[in-house]
Design a binder for this molecule. Structure first.
Ligand code: DQA
Length: 144
């Protein structure tokens, strides 16, 4: 099983950015944690991060025919991007939305998620462990 983990804008700043909200773990250590977990679960994982909406759309499109599942934290594009929603719908690959923080208890503008409409599950407020739980959900959905 092949899983693509996509992180959107500012998630490369993990560890530096607002540590009270997002914690002190860096993006590189998040990638290591995901890769280690995927190996234990016997799945191939590729992690991708971009600050650019079109690059995120391109990578979702590239996943077509290659990846069996997508874990996506679109960062702020969660709340604005119809293009990312449409890309997820276009490839129709099972997808899980992840947020490190509990977006449901934050500002009003974070209550809207366009990508959620193309995801079978949303995980938020579990810190970076949310990515691992998203991998579990995809394994269950695709092979279970
Ligand atoms: C986030 C929540 C978003 O509202 C924010 O714009 C982010 C990170 C999270 O992981 O909690 O960049 O997706």
């Amino acid at each position: 099983m092949n899983i693509l983990v996509i992180n959107g804008p500012n998630l490369n700043m993990l560890g530096i950015r607002e540590p009270d909200i997002y914690g002190r773990e860096t993006y590189n250590s998040l990638v290591e944690k995901i890769e280690k977990y995927a190996k234990e679960k016997n799945v191939y994982v590729k992690c991708y991060q971009s600050n650019h909406e079109g690059d995120l759309v391109d990578n979702i499109q590239f996943a077509y025919g290659i990846f069996d599942g997508i874990v996506i934290n679109p960062g702020a594009y969660t709340h604005t991007s119809v293009a990312i929603l449409d890309a997820l719908k276009a490839v129709n690959i099972p997808a899980v939305e992840v947020h490190i923080s509990d977006v449901s208890s934050r500002e009003d503008f974070r209550q809207i998620s366009y990508v959620r409409l193309a995801c079978f599950k949303t995980i938020c407020g579990e810190g970076t462990d949310g990515y691992l739980h998203a991998i579990d959900a995809l394994i269950e959905k695709v092979s279970g």
